[in-house]
Design a protein around this ligand. Structure first.
Ligand code: HEM
Length: 474
């Protein structure tokens, strides 16, 4: 590694590589952002690491991340290959969307997915109606807690997952459904399986994955998760009628039926499972974790909660359900939701990118095939952009006239070609779920409970520590 790096002038600086392991011993893989902050102080906004033989460059601060993702979007649009998913069938032409190599197959799938999501609801209920309906169910479930202290984690998760499950598989799950509870736990456990030193090591020394039974042992939950989605797809095929597209899976099956050319473009059976489980994985935990941050901040800052209540009463009233059209008239609530996303900072390291060709960034040379980590925390909490980077301060998104403004460094969905595909859906869900619940309830810390912690727990996703609340009907 070091010999090769010497050849490149202007390669980003970084800690000295050790034989074999590179810089891996210097990084705390249970909380990489802390390690990154240290390196950033020493080496600057663009620094290099080496995971065994793999070159890694970490990008920090708004200017750097923006130059890469927006100005040099294609240079940074690739993804590193992920051998740790091979035991699930991940590989050539079956890479899903999230982890797919940049190229023809990814482009076709991304386009297809965006169009299919957008079209959903044609003839039937619109996406917004579905979200509104589910928010109504969630309210009823919360009401039936009768104002007693509870943890809304599972309910919120169930509600949010139902939205994406209906779109992809045409199914929703009753709150408390045992199979579904199991699925959610599996998903959270599989995130935990994927962080830490061991998975990082397997990623860069994939030969270890050939140890018989090892991947199955380490990634047990991941496998069960995929098996669950398989079951939903199989159920589908029994009732499939090509004349009538019920959901995303039907639309995908229809593409597959076009034959060989479709296959080459990634529309094959293995990929159906990856694409849909990508949507479920990317679309449920993210949004529901953000909502859990939202209600946590409402507990911690009752004066902000009461301003949201006032705005809801003024613009929507107490009777009719909120709609997306209300958003434009609700700058304060909108600012609060944005500030929740900024502070919650739920994907601190973004998803890994890879350089698609040799490129330059901030004067540094970065060769093709380098793994790129975008430190989104360093953007969402960039001290040169935000007035109070480490405080919950909705005024970050309001101008002096109280109008909504969106600073460019608001990048929780990342940016460029690989930016979150579900941003529109996520925003709709955040607004509808949040305002619907806030219209009906005041959220308070139960008397016998300590003040909830404001820091997060990192397992790829940064989520709040478990907390209890009381939902007092308004
Ligand atoms: C990718 C954030 C909700 C689908 C991403 C990325 C981020 C992100 C940071 C990585 C972008 C990059 O590689 O630079 C979020 C947040 C959400 C959210 C904060 C909610 C608050 C959703 C939803 C869906 C979704 C609801 C489902 C429709 C995806 C997909 C990708 C992605 C498919 C991969 C895109 C690609 O590689 O081309 N998201 N997301 N996300 N997200 Fe989301």
């Amino acid at each position: 590694g070091r010999k090769r790096r010497k050849k490149w002038s202007c390669y980003p600086p970084g800690p000295v590589s050790l034989p074999f392991v590179g810089t891996m011993p210097y990084v705390n893989y249970n909380n990489p952002i802390l390690s990154f902050e240290k390196f950033r102080k020493k080496f600057g906004n663009v620094f290099s690491l080496q995971n065994c033989w793999t070159n890694v460059v970490v990008l920090n601060g708004y200017n750097t991340v923006k130059e890469a993702l927006v100005n040099k979007s294609e240079d940074f649009a690739d993804r590193p290959y992920m051998p740790i998913y091979e035991h699930l069938g991940y590989g050539h032409k079956s890479e899903g969307i999230v982890l797919a190599k940049y190229g023809h197959v990814w482009k076709e799938l991304r386009k297809f997915t965006l169009i299919t999501l957008r079209n959903f609801g044609m003839g039937k209920k619109s996406l917004e109606e579905r979200v509104t309906e589910e928010a109504g169910f969630l309210c009823s479930a919360i009401s039936s807690e009768g104002g007693r202290p509870f943890d809304l984690h599972l309910l919120v998760n169930n509600a949010v997952s139902n939205v994406i499950c209906t779109i992809t598989y045409g199914e929703r799950f009753e709150y408390g459904d045992e199979t579904f509870k199991k699925l959610l736990t599996l998903f959270e456990n599989s995130l935990n399986e994927e962080i830490g030193l061991l998975p990082e090591l397997l990623q860069v020394v994939p030969i270890l994955l050939r140890i018989p039974g090892l991947p199955q042992m380490i990634f047990r939950c991941q496998k069960e998760y995929i098996d669950f989605t398989e079951m939903l797809i199989e159920k589908h095929k029994e009732t499939w009628n090509p004349a009538y597209t019920r959901d995303f899976t039907d639309a995908f099956l229809k593409e597959m039926a076009k034959g060989n050319e479709a296959e080459v473009n990634g529309f094959n059976r293995t990929n159906l499972s990856f694409v849909t489980s990508d949507l479920l994985a990317a679309g449920s935990q993210t949004t529901s974790t953000t909502l859990r941050w939202a209600f946590l901040f409402m507990l911690l800052y009752p004066e902000i909660q009461s301003k949201v209540h006032k705005e809801i009463d003024k613009v929507i009233g107490r009777n009719r359900p909120p709609t997306m059209a209300d958003q434009a008239n609700m700058p304060y609530t909108n600012a609060v939701i944005h500030e929740v996303q900024r502070c919650g900072d739920i994907i601190p390291m973004g998803l890994p990118h890879m350089t698609y060709r040799d490129t330059k960034l901030q004067g540094f040379f970065i060769p093709k095939g380098t793994t790129i980590i975008t430190n989104l925390t360093s953007v969402l909490k960039d001290e040169t952009v935000w007035k109070k980077p480490n405080e919950f301060y909705p005024e970050h998104f309001l101008n002096e006239n109280g109008e909504f403004v969106r600073p460019e460094a608001f990048l929780p969905f990342s940016a460029g070609r690989r930016a979150c595909l579900g941003e529109q859906l996520a925003k709709m869900e955040l607004f509808i779920f949040f305002t619907t619940l806030m219209q009906k309830f005041t959220f308070v810390i139960p008397e016998d409970q300590p003040r909830p912690r404001e820091d997060g727990h990192f397992a790829f996703i940064n989520s709040p520590h478990p907390y209890q609340l009381q939902a007092v009907p308004r």
